[in-house]
Write a protein that binds this ligand. Structure first.
Ligand SMILES: *[C@@H]1O[C@H](CO)[C@@H](O)[C@H](O)[C@H]1NC(C)=O
Ligand SMILES: *[C@@H]1O[C@H](CO)[C@@H](O)[C@H](O)[C@H]1NC(C)=O
Ligand SMILES: *[C@@H]1O[C@H](CO)[C@@H](O)[C@H](O)[C@H]1NC(C)=O
Ligand SMILES: *[C@@H]1O[C@H](CO)[C@@H](O)[C@H](O)[C@H]1NC(C)=O
Ligand SMILES: *[C@@H]1O[C@H](CO)[C@@H](O)[C@H](O)[C@H]1NC(C)=O
Ligand SMILES: [Fe+2]
Length: 479
């Protein structure tokens, strides 16, 4: 009798467990992949999340308006809850529209169809990207703050910048996004939910609010990330989970230390650029060489070389490559870009921290020295929750490639950025400074870098500048 009852319970639970399998792909996001002989991306890597283990990770794709007649098997990785699937759509025709869907053929579960445009493969292709750092997830209306000390603020709002991104996407005004670190502020989740108990599907679990929040952020961004490359750089807020729950539960805290969530969830083209994970990499796009630098680890004085953002000894971080390797890579990458200037006139660097922060450390100094030595044209950064555009700094022997302009664009509206409705003001560093929530848009042509700062509330242009070699020669600012 007992056996029968037990058998029924087991059978019914097995059935229930099966019916409860969650295999629907979520958090679908794209990144540029591979490099041809000219360093142009040859494909797109798509990454997505599945709650339960899928039989496989598959992408089906094809030229838009044809059948999805190509298919690639990918793989999944796991570092905590869930399965992070990734697969590559390679050998794409430059600048062509593709349709795709992701899922698991074995499980017969698929995402909706999405469409993207493959990257161009020529130096004359103009393009436009959205550029910003420090976005965060939703707003204090939707995710109220229960703790607001130590950098955290009570009233904040990332949804205005998110809405502007949606509009740019709807207008077809941008080809891709470059998020300069401090992506979802997932490590601040405890301020929204100090209990540390979060709901995932039907189950409650202790201490994985970090992951639940990251999942939420990725789904919040999916409209954009599923149809264009969403390129990311590491910021201090990517380094670890240091909520009280993660500190108390060392299994969770250790699984989430050392940029592990960041490096598992995103897939940047480091393999094709001799970079390391999502920590440093580069790619060519139209008339530009674009380098995502590492401002967080792997150089002398790097803030998270040794320990993560909390600097708790139990959460070690850094050393993604042997000592000195990162700066050696950066120099080699810039040297090569310099030799290709005739086809690609622009070298654009981006990283999380502003030059003023880098200059406080020996390795940061070396980084800035490399920018000057190899004539980097534009450096974009975040970290400061405001906007500062600096005048081009030119060396005395101006030959058209020795002026460096820095733009710090980290005021997208995260939960550490107070809501100030101020207009542009000169009360700050640079030739233009504002604390208004805003994101940047950079249009790149062979001859001009067109930069605009877009007000996240109104969509109006707060600041703009056109950088050309000739205009720079006239600027009398010397380092
Ligand atoms: C898929 O279809 C397109 C358009 O008809 C064709 O150019 C391409 O060669 C096909 N690919 C494969 C793998 O059959
Ligand atoms: C994503 O797109 C859908 C369909 O257009 C829309 O309803 C939804 O609000 C968008 N999500 C965000 C976060 O804007
Ligand atoms: C951090 O992760 C990287 C990549 O997996 C690894 O090489 C490095 O040793 C790790 N650092 C620490 C301190 O664990
Ligand atoms: C970095 O360089 C600046 C000058 O550019 C110098 O004043 C400073 O001492 C240097 N800092 C370190 C830590 O090397
Ligand atoms: C930059 O160039 C564009 C197109 O040539 C022009 O419309 C715009 O007014 C220029 N902006 C500035 C600030 O010069
Ligand atoms: Fe930061």
């Amino acid at each position: 009798m007992l056996c029968l009852a037990l058998a029924i319970v087991i059978a019914c639970c097995a059935l229930k467990a099966d019916a409860r399998k969650h295999l629907a792909p979520e958090q679908v996001h794209l990144a540029l992949y591979g490099a041809d002989n000219s360093g142009y991306s040859t494909g797109m890597q798509v990454t997505w999340y599945v709650v339960d283990e899928p039989l496989g990770c598959t992408v089906e794709f094809g030229l838009s308006s044809y059948a999805l007649n190509e298919s690639t098997q990918g793989t999944w990785t796991q570092y905590y809850d869930g399965y992070h699937c990734s697969a590559v759509m390679n050998n794409l025709h430059g600048s062509s529209l593709y349709d795709y869907r992701v899922g698991s053929s074995g499980d017969a579960v698929w995402s909706q169809r999405f469409q993207f445009k493959a990257a161009p493969r020529t130096a004359d292709a103009e393009f436009t990207m959205s550029v910003f750092g420090d976005l965060g997830y939703m707003s204090s209306e939707e995710r109220p703050m229960l703790i607001w000390t130590d950098g955290l603020v009570r009233h904040w709002d990332a949804s205005h910048s998110r809405k502007q991104l949606e509009l740019l996407k709807d207008m077809g005004a941008i080809d891709f996004v470059w998020h300069l670190g401090d992506i979802g502020y997932v490590d601040d989740e405890f301020a929204h939910n100090p209990s540390g108990i979060c709901r995932r599907s039907e189950e409650f679990s202790l201490a994985n609010c970090y992951e639940t929040t990251y999942n939420g952020f990725m789904n919040w961004m999916q409209n954009i990330t599923s149809i264009m490359p969403y390129m990311v750089s590491p910021g201090n807020h990517e380094s670890e989970c240091h909520s009280p729950a993660c500190i108390m539960d060392s299994h969770v805290g250790r699984a989430l230390r050392n940029f592990s969530a960041y490096n598992h969830r995103w897939r940047m083209p480091s393999a094709s650029s001799n970079g390391v994970l999502n920590m440093w990499y580069s790619f060519n796009y139209g008339p530009a060489h674009i380098v995502s630098i590492n401002t967080e680890t792997d150089f002398e004085g790097a803030e998270e070389e040794g320990t993560g953002d909390s600097h708790f000894k139990r959460f070690p971080a850094g050393s993604f490559a042997p000592k000195g390797e990162y700066l050696r890579w950066l120099e080699e990458d810039l040297r090569k870009a310099q030799s290709d200037r005739t086809s690609r006139p622009w070298v654009i660097l981006g990283g999380h921290r502003p030059i003023s922060d880098l200059l406080g450390t020996p390795g940061g100094n070396a980084t800035v020295a490399l920018m000057r030595k190899y004539g980097v044209d534009l450096y974009v950064a975040g970290h400061a929750h405001s906007y500062s555009r600096f005048a081009p700094k030119c060396s005395s022997s101006v030959d058209g490639h020795e002026c460096l302009t820095e733009i710090v664009c980290g005021g997208a509206g995260c939960d550490e950025m107070p809501m100030k409705q101020v207009r542009g003001t000169a009360q700050g560093p640079g030739v233009f400074y504002t604390e208004r929530m805003a994101t940047g848009v950079l249009k790149v042509t062979q001859s001009v870098l067109h930069w605009k700062l877009i007000d996240s509330y109104s969509g109006s242009i707060l600041d703009q500048v056109n950088l050309t070699y000739r205009s720079w020669g006239d600027i009398q600012t010397f380092i």
